[in-house]
Ligand binder design. Structure first.
Ligand SMILES: Nc1nc2c(ncn2[C@@H]2O[C@H](COP(=O)(O)OP(=O)(O)OP(=O)(O)O)[C@@H](O)[C@H]2O)c(=O)[nH]1
Length: 357
């Protein structure tokens, strides 16, 4: 049914090619060996991709029910007319697509309804999926790790948005690309956050630089020096959760950024803001506030599973289009993946177990 999506974008590739495992640096005593498994076969890669698509479909089920389900129930009653389009508008707003993206989509749909003489539910869904895809496509800018060594990624976000969990998942993601990783426990406010990061580090065989207490900026500074000494590719720096309204704390996170720059003038090379999809439209304010304070270069949208507010991706795309680097759909280590617009739209409209492939 969504064959048109394939034409609109080149086929999504959920799993980036995994190069041969990188050689372990002898200067990194705390670094556990990166897997030395042979390059994965195309069949295994295909299976991995299919399993991610199934999990993505299952994770987005509540948003799908909100958008797709709303649409089918509208269509079980009658044909396309102005009243139906108004109800669709309300459905999109309830899925947190935001006023701007919703109006944009409705304008497109009205145009296509008249011009292409749309009549059936399938046709309208197809047009809606195509419209969403064109809105979301510009967000698809996967993070490319440059030659800078160490490549420093600072992670920020409000309390509980999923920063620490995402760092654990990202460590695994980068390791699977043959990169060596070091974690900086920059959340010195919450002892549990440090413990959590240590656990993720142990699980992935990755060194964690932490201090019992103290200045988060100092921890991050130490981590960068350690990464240099150990020839590590990527530093993932955790920071304490804060609300954009806590101005003194926002100033502190800005200080962490300045200290990173002092330790490495070209850094941080990426400033990732982690957003919990459950907050819906509030995500827009968070992007703006953190951007003003620390210059956000990419987003991670977590907890898309279990929320009906996945439409917020469309609001972000229209109102503060920062690259959406990764999306999270669960608590397991493989539940964070590179954002691919086509996969996302596909998963929004095609239920688990079905595929148009
Ligand atoms: N369902 C689901 N849960 C998630 C996801 N990402 C993170 N979580 C859970 O969200 C909770 C908070 O995650 P943390 O990683 O501790 O959040 P944090 O931003 O580091 O929290 P603070 O340190 O308090 O700022 C944990 O229970 C995670 O397991 C996701 O994609 N889906």
């Amino acid at each position: 049914m969504f064959g048109f999506l394939k034409k609109a974008l080149k086929p999504g590739d959920a799993s980036a090619p995994v190069p041969d495992a990188a050689a372990e640096s002898p200067a990194a005593p705390l670094q556990a060996p990166v897997s030395t498994a042979a390059a994965p076969s195309p069949v295994r890669e295909q299976e991995k991709k299919r399993s991610w698509m199934d999990r993505l479909r299952s994770g987005l089920s509540r948003t799908r029910e909100q958008i797709g389900g709303g649409l089918s129930s509208l269509f079980s009653r009658r044909k396309i007319d102005e009243e139906l389009l108004e109800e669709l508008e309300a459905t999109l707003l309830m899925a947190d697509c935001g006023v701007d993206a919703t109006q944009h989509l409705l304008k497109e749909l009205r145009l296509r309804w008249k011009r292409d003489k749309l009549e059936t539910a399938d046709q309208l869904q197809g047009a809606l999926a195509e419209g969403l895809l064109s809105i979301l496509a510009p967000l698809e800018k996967p993070l490319e790790i440059s030659a800078h060594k160490p490549y420093i990624i600072m992670i920020a976000g409000v309390n509980g948005s999923g920063k620490t969990t995402s760092i654990g998942k990202l460590a695994k993601h980068f390791q699977s690309q043959g990169k060596s990783v070091l974690l900086a426990a920059g959340d010195t406010f919450r002892a549990a956050a440090r413990e959590q990061l240590m656990t993720w580090g142990e699980r992935n065989g990755v060194a964690v630089i932490a201090q019992e207490s103290g200045d988060p900026a100092a921890v991050v500074f130490d981590a960068i020096s350690a990464a240099r000494a150990r020839n590590i590719d990527i530093v993932l720096a955790d920071t304490a959760g804060r609300l954009p309204t806590q101005l003194h704390l926002m100033e502190e996170i800005a200080k962490v950024r300045r200290v990173i720059q002092k330790a490495e003038p070209s850094g941080p090379h990426e400033v990732l803001l982690v957003l919990d999809a459950n907050i819906g439209q509030n995500a827009l304010q968070q992007v703006k506030a953190f951007d003003a304070s620390i210059g956000v270069t990419g987003l991670v949208l977590t907890k898309l599973d279990g929320t009906a507010k996945g439409g917020v991706v469309a609001a972000i795309a229209r109102q503060c289009p920062k690259p959406l680097r990764f999306i999270g759909i669960g608590e397991q280590i493989d539940d964070l993946q590179v954002f691919r617009a086509r996969e996302f739209v596909d998963a929004l409209f095609v239920p688990v177990g079905k595929s148009d492939e």
